[in-house]
Design a protein. Structure first.
Length: 318
């Protein structure tokens, strides 16, 4: 089983050079938690496996009505959110906020409840926590990504992030019981987000080597990670580290290509002069009729550079 298979890094929410085998270590180091602290975070989830099994059994029952599934999903989400350090959630009938958005049929306004709102110090929203319909399937073949789009959740997220700057949150956390989706306003335009498979997390953490995945999950989407008051949220710090990594990779790649092109051009010059003994450069006819080759000619240098770039890019795809 691949490392962190309970996390889907959709469209490189974290850069590929950052979301690697040692991703967990990067998160733990940045969090500042000790090993004992990491273990304590894991204990927050000790009852979740049994709670999830009861939840899944309830929503996949042949007798479960839609309103039953909705209630069961809300109740399980409450348990999950408490594990993640969110205050005891409001009752379903009393959401923290209600958004009126044009997501109904033909663009009709529709009320959308927000379970939890975490604000910045200036009063603007930092995080919306929302419930969405369950994606649990009795046949275990649910395509969560398809379900996300089919439920119109991509449109919902787009409309929320399109609200005026002081009205839309930096982050959105959505839970469907078996799946948790995390979106950042700055990355949503390119369709990047994180998807957490709760059932897979619960399976993986039965192995002692993966027990700390509970702490990893906590440090990515807990209240502490996304909406800590007075501090830069841990998630923001991780995203900044990811950006720096992507920049360094791009910088290294650029420098590598430049070095490769220069090396190829110099080798070509050496070969033509000292091995093939053939002229190399832009051909010119002097006034006295003699032929000279100018290897410093701008047009000639550009042609050589283009030829070398073509070779480098072909080598990349061998």
């Amino acid at each position: 089983m691949a490392a962190y298979s309970f996390i889907d890094n959709i469209n490189d929410f974290f850069s590929t050079g950052y979301f690697t085998e040692d991703f967990q270590k990067k998160v733990f180091d940045k969090s500042g938690y000790s090993q004992e602290g990491i273990k304590e975070l894991c204990t927050r989830f000790s009852a979740l496996r049994q709670q999830y099994n009861r939840y899944k059994q309830a929503v996949t029952s042949r007798y479960a009505r839609e309103k039953d599934k909705e209630r069961e999903t809300f109740d399980f989400n409450s348990k999950l959110l408490e594990c993640l350090g969110y205050y005891k959630a409001t009752v379903k009938e009393q959401p923290a906020a209600i958004l009126s958005l044009p997501i109904g049929e033909n663009g009709a306004q529709q009320d959308v409840p927000v379970r939890i709102v975490c604000n910045r110090t200036d009063g603007s929203p930092q995080l919306y926590v929302m419930d969405i319909p369950t994606l649990v399937s009795a046949s275990d073949d649910t395509d969560a990504e398809t379900g996300f789009a089919e439920l119109g959740l991509d449109r919902l997220v787009t409309h929320i992030f399109s609200l005026p700057e002081q009205e839309h949150p930096r982050y959105i956390l959505m839970s469907s019981g078996n799946m948790v989706f995390f979106m950042d306003a700055d990355k949503w335009e390119r369709g990047a987000y994180l998807r957490f498979d709760i059932e897979r997390l619960l399976v993986e953490t039965t192995q002692s080597a993966m027990r700390n995945y509970f702490a990893l999950f906590y440090l990515l989407v807990s209240r502490e990670a996304l909406a800590a008051i007075g501090d830069t949220p841990l998630m923001q710090q991780l995203e900044e580290e990811s950006y720096k990594n992507a920049y360094e990779v791009t910088k290294d790649l650029k420098e590598g290509v430049i070095l490769a092109v220069e090396t190829l051009a110099n080798e070509a010059l050496y070969y033509m002069k000292h091995i093939a003994h053939r002229p190399f450069g832009k051909k010119h006819i002097e006034a006295d009729g003699t032929t000279v080759y100018d290897e410093t000619d701008d047009d000639f240098e550009a042609e050589v550079k283009d030829d070398c770039l073509t070779i480098v890019y072909r080598l990349l795809f061998i």
